[in-house]
Design a protein around this ligand. Structure first.
Ligand SMILES: [Fe+2]
Length: 188
């Protein structure tokens, strides 16, 4: 029988005491996310293969619900910011919830039909990600961005589509401000 459990989460680090899984993604393995490949090379040469984000998760065996935290480092690559790879769910009928705990960022969403939306990620904001919308998190601040996510355990991840064609919009820093810009590499 599954039993109830309370999991403590550090809102500044995303650390979870009872994590059942974790992984990290570094700059080198996510370089295809960025427009400015020379800037990726320069950052790798100057700072090494920095961690961009770490995910820790909690699931009880047999549960239909999984949750966890994603902790994103601050960083810029050219005029873009450190970002997650972005994904659709394999199951097109599965949405997700992101609850921002600390830091500042942008949740960039794109429907299967190509419609773009953003949700500001600020502490206390809970974002609803509808089924069949791709989602990518971008740390636009200068501190770690920490958010809790909750979804169905069977949602699955489809990273290939976003890795292949990118997303229509980029989040950039121009003239000192965070802005949206069309992605010139987007291959519809
Ligand atoms: Fe997701």
């Amino acid at each position: 029988m599954m039993l109830p459990v309370g999991v403590a989460i550090d809102p500044k680090s995303g650390a979870m005491g009872q994590a059942t899984g974790r992984y990290a993604k570094h700059l080198g393995e996510t370089r295809g996310c960025y427009q400015d490949q020379a800037a990726v090379d320069a950052l790798l040469a100057a700072r090494g293969d920095l961690p961009v984000y770490e995910v820790v998760e909690f699931i009880q065996p047999g549960s239909d619900i999984i949750f966890g935290t994603t902790t994103m480092s601050p960083g810029q690559v050219g005029e873009e910011f450190f970002m997650t790879r972005g994904h659709f769910h394999q199951r097109r009928d599965r949405g997700e919830v992101y609850y921002t705990q600390s830091g500042r960022g942008v949740l960039l969403l794109e429907s299967r039909q190509g419609e773009s939306r953003t949700v500001d990620m600020v502490p206390g904001t809970c974002a609803f990600i509808p089924p069949d919308w791709a989602h990518r998190s971008i740390n636009t601040g200068d501190a770690p961005l920490v958010f809790v996510w909750v979804c169905n355990a069977d949602a699955g991840h489809d990273y290939a589509e976003i890795l292949t064609r990118g997303m229509r919009q980029m989040v950039v820093k121009r003239d000192g401000a965070v802005a949206l810009a069309p992605n010139p590499r987007y291959a519809a």
